[in-house]
Design a protein around this ligand. Structure first.
Ligand code: BTN
Length: 250
């Protein structure tokens, strides 16, 4: 099941194949109460999970990982964790592709390049009395991207002359995410919000969205300090969280 990666990095559980690294992290937390960060990395996933019950196509050569992180910050900061993850993936992809204007964060935490999705994140919180954990699942397309009907996709190597590989991307992401988590606080949350806004897809533009099962449109004007999206329509200013609003990509 595990291979050599785990020998070099004791904080990484590496699987050649698994249903979902997020599911495996959940199973781990049913039996353990880790004090430190613990990574789950898989070469491929048989049942990769996306946000809002979607599937995450998980072919070999791309990155599928989840991080178990004990929550040792104020729970009110939790919504901004989604922003922390978004800016960290954006930063990591910039280190490979260059901080091109093409890389954008689609709220809450998709990364798009040229309007095509290259990465997504699924954050699941396990709060059980005094035991508080977040599982940060991240998928990054490195060597290939699936052909999907619902949206356009891309991958890192499509934008590189000298190709990279999944291990290189994982180690950069690991480093960047661990560094940012170490200093996660109200102070860094304010900086994360600004970084998100600088790189936000469709900021100050009209977006179409679904909220309460109703399709609507409005101008995406801001992100609040609890990482809600703020939308202006002719009649109102609405602030909604990522469970309440889904941006439609057209
Ligand atoms: C999305 O954009 O819908 C979120 C995609 C998250 C995919 C990653 S891949 C590693 C981890 N394990 C999963 O089953 N999902 C996340």
């Amino acid at each position: 099941m595990h291979n050599n990666f785990t020998k070099t990095y004791p904080d990484v559980q590496h699987y050649t194949s698994i249903d979902s690294t997020n599911a495996e992290a959940q199973r781990y937390l049913e039996k353990n109460n880790p004090k430190d960060l613990l990574w789950f990395l898989a070469d491929e996933q048989e049942a990769g999970k996306g946000r809002m019950g979607s599937e995450w196509v998980s072919n070999k050569g791309n990155l599928f990982c989840s991080l178990i992180c004990p929550i040792n910050w104020d729970l009110k900061l939790l919504p901004m964790l989604s922003g922390l993850v978004a800016v960290t993936i954006h930063e990591t992809l910039s280190q490979f592709i260059g901080s091109s204007n093409l890389l954008k964060i689609k709220w809450p935490n998709d990364i798009l390049i040229n309007d095509s999705k290259i990465s997504g994140a699924l954050i699941e919180n396990i709060i059980n009395g005094a035991n508080k954990y977040t599982i940060i699942g991240i998928g990054i397309n490195v060597i290939s991207s699936p052909n999907l009907d619902i949206y356009k996709t891309s991958h890192i190597n499509k934008h590189l002359e000298n190709h990279t590989d999944v291990n290189e991307v994982f180690l950069k992401l690991k480093n960047n995410l661990e560094n940012r988590l170490l200093i996660f606080s109200y102070k860094s949350a304010a900086i994360i919000r600004e970084e998100m806004l600088r790189n936000a897809w469709k900021i100050n533009e009209k977006i179409n969205y679904i909220s309460n099962s109703i399709e609507d449109s409005g101008i995406f004007v801001n992100i609040s300090d609890d990482y809600e999206i703020i939308i202006r329509t002719d009649t109102s200013l609405t602030k909604l969280n990522s469970g309440e609003l889904k941006i439609i990509r057209n």
